[in-house]
Write a protein that binds this ligand. Sequence first.
Ligand SMILES: [Fe+2]
Ligand SMILES: [Fe+2]
Length: 248
Amino acid sequence: MDNTMGTELGMNRTGVKVSPLDSSKTAAGAETFTVPTNGSEDALAMNRIRYMKEADSVGTVPLPSSIKGVFSSLQEKIMNGDHTFMDKLGERIAFERTGTRLYQALLSKYEGSEDKSNYPDRAILERFCAEERRHFEMACEAMEQIGGDCTAMTPSADVAGVAAMGWIQVIADPRVNFKQSLEIILQAELVDNACWEVLIELAEDVGLSSLATNFQQALDEEAVHLSTIKEWVRQFNISGHVEDTISP
Ligand SMILES: [Fe+2]
Ligand SMILES: [Fe+2]
């Protein structure tokens, strides 16, 4: 079966209304045999706070291997213990790599679909995938330029990587179809755009205006990714197909 659209009616038995009789028995059984624990969500919150106080931070930003070529305002920030730029640049490296992987997986969904007649132009997806990869390479080069190590995982890279695991899990699931995958890409693009905006501001703030200009080019491409994917998702949901007329 081609699960292209994935919105068929079927024997979904997840809701209680499928069998009111069994559902009320289940509810009665739960009430009889479940021993409620004392406490409330307040206790849970307290526990979280207790663990927070004991926990270490999510890694550290590595020391720049060379401070040569680093602009004085960035150098000054580094000296003052502000490593935000390197941390967020590390995050972009991780995110753009994940973005490339997400598009590669989306292209597999495309190829694996039997009926592609409702689909957008594959060449546009290939272009977006290549652009994500270029953004990854651009972020790596920027990291090297400021004396960092593009293979190091910064705390923000770690956090973003863990958060993206849900997207990867969904898109790698063979039951998830092309349209559902496209909706995952939309989530990623929303975050992607917002993060480039912050990185540009950070680059300007530390006096790296040529990097900010390069990053702006990436953001311009990301804006096209976002508006295109968003429009495709809208069209898939409203009319079940993507119009031929869309060509960003
Ligand atoms: Fe991206
Ligand atoms: Fe993108």
